[in-house]
Design a protein around this ligand. Structure first.
Ligand code: SF4
Length: 262
């Protein structure tokens, strides 16, 4: 069976192989810093409908179309969230729809992506998802909507770019040119150009992980500022003089299945 990888898993691995091992190999949960997903789900759902259900025979939707789509997704929100979501959508409309001569139909909306990839005789299944995929004059542009209250540092973004490059290359035989993050509350769009180096970086990281999975299974701790937010400090030899043993619920380490070459 292929070993599943995602951008989140890769970036955890890059930051600290030991934390990766605790979380994904041993199956230990860590406290999450995220709040209720209802607000984000509602905004993502409304934007998906706005693009999926629009009649592209007409050049641009009106703000009323945005309001209709938003109302379909507010059932689980409180009045403050409904107000904040609507403000975010109006901002989006003014910044990213009004200036266009016409709204183009995306290549895809809210879809999952998957591709298989072999390194050191291990088959990896790479998975990702996107909010919108646009076809531009230069190639493909992935759009990811963000609903956080602040714009975080984007340390792991290179891995995301490389991973999507690999997957889209296999899926569409087209190069991914750009990845854009649209911060809906702030009305801000951050665009990254995707290069062959991103592609290479991800391949190398997967190769490194493949060696660990195949051979020593030695998931060394890598300390840094990220340790402050790590839920595994009590098990970690780099952070605690007498680390606690892993709980009985921890999964046994599995050996990966190798793909035989001919
Ligand atoms: S505390 Fe730091 S070094 Fe230890 S597992 Fe967590 S992230 Fe890794």
């Amino acid at each position: 069976m292929a070993y599943r990888l995602s951008a989140t898993k890769l970036s955890t691995y890059k930051q600290c192989p030991q934390a990766y091992n605790f979380k994904y190999e041993r199956g230990l949960s860590s406290p999450s810093a995220f709040g209720s997903p209802a607000f984000g789900n509602a905004l993502h759902g409304a934007l998906a409908d706005i693009y999926k259900d629009w009649n592209y025979a007409y050049p641009l939707p009106s703000l009323d179309w945005f309001a209709i789509c938003w109302q379909q997704h507010t059932g689980e929100l409180n009045p403050t969230q409904i107000h904040e979501g609507w403000m975010a959508l109006q901002l989006y409309y003014e910044k990213y729809v009004v200036p266009l001569p016409m709204m183009s139909k995306p290549l895809g909306v809210e879809a999952k992506l998957k591709a298989n990839f072999q390194v050191n005789n291990i088959e990896f299944s790479l998975a990702g998802r996107y909010d919108r995929l646009d076809y531009t004059d230069d190639g493909l542009e992935l759009i990811d909507y963000k609903t956080s209250k602040t714009i975080p540092s984007l340390d792991g973004i290179d891995l995301q770019l490389g991973l999507y490059y690999l997957i889209l290359e296999q899926t569409y035989q087209k190069a991914l040119q750009k990845l854009s993050l649209i911060y809906l509350r702030q009305g801000q769009k951050i665009t990254f150009d995707v290069t062959l180096e991103h592609h290479q970086q991800v391949k190398e990281l997967i190769g490194d992980m493949a060696m660990k999975l195949r051979a020593d299974q030695d998931w060394k701790p890598t300390t840094g500022n990220h340790c402050d937010r790590c839920g595994y400090q009590k098990y970690c030899s780099a952070k605690s003089e007498k680390p606690e043993p892993l709980p009985k619920t921890a999964k046994e380490l599995q050996r990966v299945q190798l793909v035989l070459g001919f």
